[in-house]
Design a protein around this ligand. Structure first.
Ligand SMILES: Nc1nc2c(ncn2[C@@H]2O[C@H](COP(=O)(O)OP(=O)(O)OP(=O)(O)O)[C@@H](O)[C@H]2O)c(=O)[nH]1
Ligand SMILES: [Mg+2]
Length: 296
């Protein structure tokens, strides 16, 4: 039986979280058109007759702008050190300067890597992949290069096979019924954060954190769950952006999040959402550790 871990790395927005979800055939990591959204190392476990793949999704490589960023970059390095195989992800439209840091880190640790060229659905034709594959082979001795579309689920089977073929023989590292390592309150917080970041723009998405305070059965109706959570922003003037006109945006975020939370909890859920300001929380590890960021 094959068994081992892979770490998905790359610059922000290349589709790393979409890829872990595609490999697992279920959503464990939040996805956003906004850059720099994944903050924690999300672990997902894939089981088949061939064996087990432990998959780590990581934050994107980027320039550090605050303590949160520093922690996120440390998370990436640890994930690269730990994994058996690295899965660097680049955009099918070509290597960019921001991809260099990822490649340098893989070289520094002399890691085995399978390059994923993602978003091939955006290419006008397959031929345009050939020069990119050639260039990639010149940049590093990749075990393999696999073009995929994580969004359209193209070639994901091929990628899984390729990963298994390079993983070592071994026993399963995690029980079969375990899908992710993320505690329930963080899973729910991430769902709410996804809905909030996807409904805000510019500098707002990165300033958002979510803290789940309580998950409990309803007082009167035990078949119902009550979830209390705070959407946190780091400046007073962002609060009204999240709340929206007459509370409309907060309501919309809540409705979308509730639908997904109900699937996870398997029960009707009352979601109580508040918006709170914690000034400069991204500079305060004591605060953001409580949100689950920094758990490496
Ligand atoms: N067209 C296309 N879009 C994709 C594909 N994979 C991901 N995307 C989109 O790219 C955007 C970023 O996806 P994510 O999976 O959040 O990217 P990420 O690399 O995890 O981003 P960070 O966590 O911010 O570093 C989203 O809008 C996705 O829907 C793909 O194969 N094709
Ligand atoms: Mg991500």
């Amino acid at each position: 039986m094959k068994s081992g871990s892979i770490s998905i790395v790359g610059k922000p927005n290349t589709g790393k979280s979409t890829l872990i979800n595609a490999l697992l055939e279920r959503k464990v990591s939040i996805v956003s058109p906004r850059p720099a959204i994944t903050r924690i190392r999300v672990l997902g476990i894939y089981n088949s007759e061939e064996g087990q793949i432990v998959i780590l999704d990581t934050p994107g490589f980027e320039n550090v702008r605050n303590e949160l960023g520093r922690m996120m970059q440390k998370t990436i390095i640890h994930s690269i050190e730990e994994a058996d195989i690295i899965i660097p992800v680049i955009d099918a439209r070509g290597w960019q300067t921001e991809d260099e840091r990822m490649l340098e880190t893989i070289k520094k640790f002399n890691k085995s890597a399978i390059l994923v060229i993602n978003k091939i659905d955006l290419l006008p034709n397959k031929e345009s992949l050939l020069p990119l594959i050639k260039e990639s082979n010149e940049r590093y001795k990749f075990l393999d290069i696999v073009p995929v579309s994580a969004l359209k689920n193209k070639n994901i089977n091929v990628l899984r096979k390729c990963i298994f073929s390079h993983l070592p023989e071994g026993d399963k590292l995690f029980p079969e019924d375990m899908i992710t390592n993320l505690p329930l309150q963080y899973t729910i917080a991430e769902i709410i954060r996804e809905k909030a970041v996807n409904r805000t723009y510019q500098e707002v998405p990165q300033s958002i954190a979510v803290e789940v305070e309580e998950i409990k059965p309803g007082d009167k109706n035990k078949d119902m769950m009550v979830v209390k959570a705070n959407i946190i922003v780091d400046r007073e003037n962002l609060k009204h952006i999240i709340i929206g006109k007459d509370g409309s945006k907060l309501k919309e975020i809540g409705q979308l999040a509730r639908k997904e939370i109900e699937i996870i909890l398997g029960k009707k859920t009352y979601l109580e959402l508040w918006v709170k300001v914690i000034k400069d929380w991204r500079e305060r590890p004591d605060i953001f550790r409580k949100f689950g960021y920094g758990d490496i």
